[in-house]
Design a protein around this ligand. Structure first.
Ligand SMILES: [Zn+2]
Ligand SMILES: [Zn+2]
Length: 251
């Protein structure tokens, strides 16, 4: 699940596949109630130029997203901010990271309930207390310097804090999952929210946590990597349901 390079531009067929995969990810995120109004964004670098990325248009609900709705945005061009369909924070945060970290091909950013609760704690570390939390052992970058909506400083800061990690827990804000493919970013996002849910639920009992030893947590995180193909199968399984119940997502 390590980040790979983006030196190869995508074929037309792959670009269309990315659009379909993203639309499926948006709709499933809405079904899981991990969306927030018309906020939040998923982006994907489609060209060899890390400045050109696909993103959801401002104002379109996750649950109604279609492959053809996604817009192409140039992260190097400030004039993009004048566009009616470009969300300022999408351009700023996603643009800054895509520009600075070309291997961060797909970025999913949400304010989901449990991960955001974790982001609001003084100690934002996620202890390994089950398989899902152990998956993220030593794989989360934590941004502790929230200072208002991410339009300037937050964007530049986050780009330097990634350190090759697939998850950035944005303190007092939400989180981002970062991966080379849509399926992998979605899988990381899904499991990080599940892991945070387990942790916050366990904390809420007020009873003492049984935290796994570091060696066990590290071994479990590595074991997750043997299941790398499960991300593709996960998204494929969700698309099978969407193909049946709301096939227009892929149009
Ligand atoms: Zn946000
Ligand atoms: Zn975003």
């Amino acid at each position: 699940m390590s980040l790979t390079d983006t030196s190869t531009p995508l074929s037309d067929e792959s670009r269309q596949q990315v659009r379909v995969d993203l639309a499926a990810a948006f709709r499933w995120t809405a079904r899981m109630n991990m969306h927030e109004g018309i906020s939040n964004h998923f982006s994907y670098v489609v060209a060899d130029d890390p400045c050109t990325f696909l993103v959801n248009p401002y104002g379109k609900h996750f649950s109604k997203m279609r492959a053809s709705d996604l817009i192409t945005v140039d992260a190097a061009d400030r004039a993009e901010l004048d566009r009616d369909d470009v969300d300022q924070t999408a351009w700023s945060i996603h643009g800054a990271i895509h520009r600075a970290v070309p291997e961060a091909r797909c970025i999913m950013h949400v304010h989901s309930k449990y991960a955001t609760a974790l982001a609001s704690l003084r100690d934002k570390t996620l202890p390994a207390i089950d398989q899902n939390t152990a998956r993220f052992f030593e794989r989360v970058a934590i941004d502790e310097r929230y200072d208002g909506m991410g339009v300037g400083d937050e964007a530049t800061r986050l780009a330097t804090e990634l350190d090759g990690k697939p998850i950035v827990l944005m303190g007092n804000h939400g989180f981002m999952a970062i991966a080379p493919t849509v399926a992998e970013a979605f899988d990381e996002m899904y499991f990080f929210e599940r892991a945070a849910e387990t942790y916050i639920t366990a904390l809420s009992t007020g009873r003492e946590l049984h935290v796994l030893r570091d060696e066990v947590a590290r071994k479990t995180a590595r074991q997750w990597e043997y299941y790398a193909s499960s991300a593709d199968r996960h998204l494929a399984a969700l698309k099978e349901i969407l193909d049946e119940e709301e096939p227009e997502y892929s149009h």
